[in-house]
Design a protein around this ligand. Structure first.
Ligand code: MSP
Length: 670
């Protein structure tokens, strides 16, 4: 029976404003999942969203919509991001999923019945952004010790979990199983910062938060979001239900990979809950480091994540999914923090992907094309010069296997690229361009090119867990199966006469200076503001296209008459009446408003450049005309799923287009 491998990411807050730092955990998990699948293991890879709690409740209230109406588009956006980055999870769990809700209630009921949950009164401090409780002595200068933001004093009736009881067992777990919490520096953090002082029982229910899972034995209380969230790792497998085959098969997880700021929830609270439930403990919690900008965690709330530089949509659109995945997997030493800059990103993908790998493939294919009519040449007698290259090929799998056992994707990639490097050196040593000039050296030329073709093929196979586009292209161009597995990581798979197609550059070389200037321009262009709405997700700052509420006239060229269109062209537009049910200014923008628009039974988030002409208060209640079939776009990090139509006078003043008589929202405009 195949070995099982259960791997999880944390479930994401539906905060929107995704940046490249958010992709880090999940891209690593995806590479690990792909690697283990390729090894023939039975892999289950879980990710999802963490949807309950005060933050969501407040945001939805602010917009006058239900929490789910607020969350749904953000969840869709997150899934879109994973699709874009080729993240192939086996389940995307939402904490609002019915099976999850039932499982959390089951867990609470069980702990209540066993006496591990009891009722008392909570008095302490709560940090809403972190959804974390703190005692007065834990605060730093009266603020949250994790994020430095304001906390609120709270006193309420609450159910408590007997966390204190489990402290000795958790300490013993760390001692008995050094693999449980990695890297080891995190063990010291947990012991010194939390366990040494002894654990206090944990408040695990709230009466003031309505957007949560009601406790089965006292429904005016909702579940504490961290217990709700952590339970996803077993609820996703059907724990506590009759359909628990997945749980029986996959639990305990091989790995919960998490960012270092949430290790304490995973390495203290989670094992304690599992101990109380009498269930097995996950085999490993790994707390990885952060992507930093200017030495600080890359974070939308700290405003260091400029979308032009860090928005995954932008980066994938400009450089491709492979480039973004490669950067994340290769650049940051595993377990440590790593500074992110556009320049480092560009230099890394240029050097490794465009220069080293791209060159090797294109030189090999070009020489096979010129000298052997685009087919694999016969491999003749092996010579001394071939031996180091062959030896490296022979060691490749064992090396990356050991690296990945230590979860170390940067080292695995470094080992693959050491082979790429060696092959490029082999070209310099064997000088195939000179061999090609001498008809007597034709057999040797064939042997050299055969070796190079085999290295290209093997590197493509070895890269498959990490990159999802280029390896398949390379394999196909050598007439190989793109599904080739690790069992093909040996010499002799290519056969004489197999077709070799010359690929266009797999990774186009980037002129880093020019590209940096280009990106700088994009940042400047969006600094006071991007033009209103319009364009696709990948085109958030494109002026003109699809614009309805344009920027003031001085920034606009005088409109030219547009070419005639047919009724069919016009019919491509979907226009509907919407009612603005909430509206606010987009942070740090003097032109953009963010409207929540009800269009029939649907609620959409729309951004428009009308803040100079309407206040948010004026907008609420207005009936507007919305273009509803425009590709969504993010403006200043805010999702815009449509465009509100305006009339513009010659001075650039805007006036909303509204139906002249009362009409219901959702009505078609034609
Ligand atoms: N909802 C909780 C997790 C609950 S798990 C039971 C949460 N969500 S999150 O959306 O804030 O974070 C999701 C993941 O993104 C975490 O692993 C977090 O560490 C990671 N990152 C967010 N910003 C990051 C960087 N700048 N760098 C690297 N990873 C970062 O926490």
């Amino acid at each position: 029976m195949a070995k099982k491998y259960y791997i999880t990411t944390p479930i994401y807050y539906p905060s929107g404003n995704w940046h490249i730092g958010h992709c880090y955990t999940t891209v690593i998990c995806d590479a690990l999942a792909r690697f283990h699948k390729m090894k023939g293991e039975d892999v289950f890879f879980l990710t999802g969203t963490d949807e309950h709690g005060q933050k969501v409740e407040k945001e939805a209230l602010k917009r006058g919509i239900t929490p789910l109406a607020f969350i749904d588009p953000l969840v869709a956006e997150l899934k879109d991001m994973w699709r874009l980055l080729d993240v192939g999870y086996d389940r995307f769990i939402r904490t609002t999923d019915e099976d999850h809700v039932k499982c959390v209630q089951h867990i609470y009921q069980k702990l209540y019945e066993s006496g591990d949950i009891y009722k008392a009164e909570y008095e302490g401090y709560y940090c809403t952004p972190c959804e974390a409780f703190w005692t007065e002595s834990q605060l730093k200068d009266g603020k949250c010790p994790d994020c430095g933001r304001e906390v609120t004093k709270q006193r309420e009736e609450s159910y408590f979990f007997r966390l204190s009881k489990y402290a000795p067992r958790i300490l013993k777990l760390y001692e008995d199983d050094p693999e449980f919490l990695q890297p080891t520096s995190r063990v010291n953090e947990m012991v010194n910062n939390f366990l040494k002082a002894g654990l206090q029982d944990l408040s695990v229910s709230r009466t003031t938060v309505k957007w949560g899972i009601p406790l089965p034995f006292d429904p005016k209380h909702t579940a504490y979001v961290w217990i709700d969230a952590l339970s996803n790792y077993i609820s996703a497998l059907g724990y506590g239900t009759e359909k628990d085959d997945l749980y029986k098969k996959y639990w305990p997880a091989e790995l919960h990979l998490v960012g270092k700021e949430i290790v304490r929830f995973h390495a203290i609270i989670w094992p304690a809950i599992l101990m109380a439930l009498g269930e097995q403990i996950p085999k490993q919690i790994y707390g990885h480091g952060w992507l930093l900008i200017g030495g600080e965690k890359l974070s939308k709330s700290k405003e260091n994540a400029r979308p032009e530089l860090t928005d995954p949509y932008e980066l994938v659109k400009r450089y491709g999914a492979d480039a973004v995945r490669y950067y994340l997997l290769r650049e940051i030493p595993f377990g440590s923090d790593g500074e992110y800059t556009t320049e480092r990103f560009l230099l890394r993908i240029n050097a490794d992907l465009a220069n080293d790998l791209g060159n090797l493939v294109s030189r090999t294919q070009a020489m096979i094309g010129q000298n052997f009519g685009g087919t694999v040449p016969p491999c003749g007698r092996e010579e001394e010069a071939d031996k180091p290259l062959r030896a490296m090929c022979g060691e490749l799998f064992n090396k990356i296997d050991a690296d990945m056992a230590a979860l170390n994707a940067p080292d695995a990639l470094s080992d693959i690229f050491a082979l790429v490097d060696r092959a490029n050196k082999y070209i310099d040593e064997t000088t195939p361009w000179l061999l090609a000039k001498d008809p007597e050296k034709r057999e040797r030329l064939g042997t050299v090119l055969y070796h190079l073709a085999e290295v290209c093929r093997m590197c493509a196979v070895a890269l498959k867990p990490f990159l999802t586009v280029a390896p398949a292209k390379i394999l196909k161009s050598f007439s190989c199966d793109e599904n080739a597995g690790f069992d093909t990581l040996h010499f002799g798979v290519l056969k004489e006469g197999m077709a070799v197609e010359k690929l266009p550059p797999v990774f186009p070389r980037i002129d880093v200076k020019k590209e940096l200037a280009e990106v700088e321009k994009l940042v400047k262009k969006s600094t006071p503001l991007p033009p209103s709405t319009g364009g696709g997700k990948g085109d958030p700052v494109s002026a003109g296209e699809g614009k309805s509420c344009p920027a003031p006239a001085e920034e606009e060229a005088r409109p030219q008459p547009k070419p005639e269109i047919s009724i069919d062209d016009f019919g491509k537009l979907e226009l509907k009446v919407g009612e603005v049910i909430a509206c606010e200014r987009v942070e740090k923008s003097d032109k953009l408003l963010h409207e929540t628009v009800k269009i029939g039974g649907e609620v959409r988030s729309v951004v428009s450049g009308i803040a100079k002409f309407y206040t948010p208060e004026e907008m609420v209640g207005k009936k507007v005309v919305v273009v509803t079939n425009l590709k969504p776009v993010k403006l200043r990090g805010v999702l815009s799923e449509g465009m509100i139509l305006c009339a513009e006078d010659k001075n650039g003043n805007l006036s909303l287009v509204s139906p002249e008589k009362p009409v219901e929202s959702g009505a078609t405009v034609r």
